[in-house]
Design a protein around this ligand. Structure first.
Ligand code: PEP
Ligand code: MN
Length: 337
């Protein structure tokens, strides 16, 4: 950690800062740059709260130089993590497409959509049975009945299943039907849920909280990783900004940022990021170009009557067109879909 003192810091203030640092167990070295005093303090614990020093009189700035991440960091593991789920690999050269409705609504709906996305080239079927809706009056999902239907529809169409789990007590139930656990944006910092998922062995897709920084998001991944489950993928699904035209703002640069900072695979979700069907294909293309390892999109054969997120669902023809286009982009960057 580096502590920069104010230019006019008094001797007493300086001594006080040095004493405090030493009392906290740091080894302190004093450097001077002209009139400015800079302290280098080594021996920082990962959980040290730098505000303890920031608030001291005479301190102009405190800079952490040690990495707060442990398992999610590229320093911990240099090679990309590749998650193997049956025959599907996420994080390798091949880009995986995850598609399906927002929610499982009924048997006919999930079977119809599963067939469409499987024929179009998706490898994983998505769909929520427990929906964490912003409003308690919105459709909350079919629960276990929905999970059963989705598993059957996926098996029939040679697809894997990803579905959301919203609280720790549901894990064992959802585990019976899913191949991947999804943690939704609204639960990214639900640490009891993350800790329990860390004790499972199935892959976890951790969606970015709508107001979470990349660092917050990676710290949430640490909760899962540090509890023993190393199969974590991160899903960029848009963040809240001042822009309201789209549902969220797709933070595309998070994709290369995560790839540099972490070895974990990145999934891009242009459906929740834009909230508008006609913006999904362009942003899917962009996500592939930016290096996403997987793409997750919502698809519905009858979006007008969908029980959730109809306006952002791709129509079947649009899904095939998206697949055609992203295959071309993947080729340009030396990857396959
Ligand atoms: C979803 O993927 O169905 C979902 C609810 O997304 P998010 O958690 O990103 O809002
Ligand atoms: Mn949705």
């Amino acid at each position: 950690m580096v502590v920069v003192l104010e230019r006019n810091a008094t001797r007493r203030q300086t001594e006080n800062v040095v004493n405090k640092l030493e009392l906290l167990g740091f080894t302190v070295h004093r450097l001077t740059d002209g009139e400015q005093i800079v302290l280098s303090a080594s021996g920082m614990k990962p959980n040290f709260d730098i505000r303890q020093i920031k608030i001291l009189d005479g301190v102009a700035g405190v800079y952490r130089i040690t990495d707060p991440l442990k398992f999610a960091s590229r320093n911990y593991k240099q090679d990309n993590t590749v998650i193997n789920i049956k025959e599907v690999k996420i994080g390798g050269n091949e880009i995986v497409v995850i598609a399906g409705p927002c929610s499982i609504e009924n048997r006919e709906q999930i079977f119809t959509i599963a067939e469409i996305v499987s024929k179009g080239g998706a490898k994983i079927l998505r769909g929520g049975a427990f929906k964490p809706r912003s409003s308690p009056y919105s459709f909350q999902g079919l629960g276990e009945e929905g999970l059963k239907l989705m598993r059957e529809a996926a098996d029939k169409n040679n697809l894997l299943v990803i579905t959301e789990v919203i609280e720790p007590s549901q894990i064992s139930l959802v585990d019976k039907y899913t191949d991947i656990f999804q943690v939704g944006s609204r639960n990214m910092q639900n640490s009891p849920l993350l800790i329990e998922l860390g004790k499972t062995t199935k892959p976890i897709m951790l969606k970015r909280g709508m107001a979470a920084t990349i660092e917050d998001w990676l710290m949430s991944a640490e909760y899962i990783l540090s509890n023993g489950n190393m199969n974590v993928m991160l899903c960029e699904r848009g963040i809240r900004t001042f822009e309201t035209y789209t549902r969220n703002t797709f933070d595309l640069s998070a994709i290369p940022v995560i790839h540099k900072r972490s070895h974990l695979p990145v999934v891009a979700d242009p459906s929740h990021a834009t909230g508008l069907r006609d913006k999904v294909i362009p942003m899917a293309r962009a996500a592939i170009a930016a290096g996403a390892d997987a793409l997750m999109v919502e698809v519905h054969h009858d979006p007008e009557n969908a029980l959730s997120d109809g306006p952002q669902a791709l129509l079947p023809d649009q899904f095939s067109e998206m697949m055609r286009q992203i295959k071309l982009i993947a080729e340009v960057i030396g990857r396959k879909i």
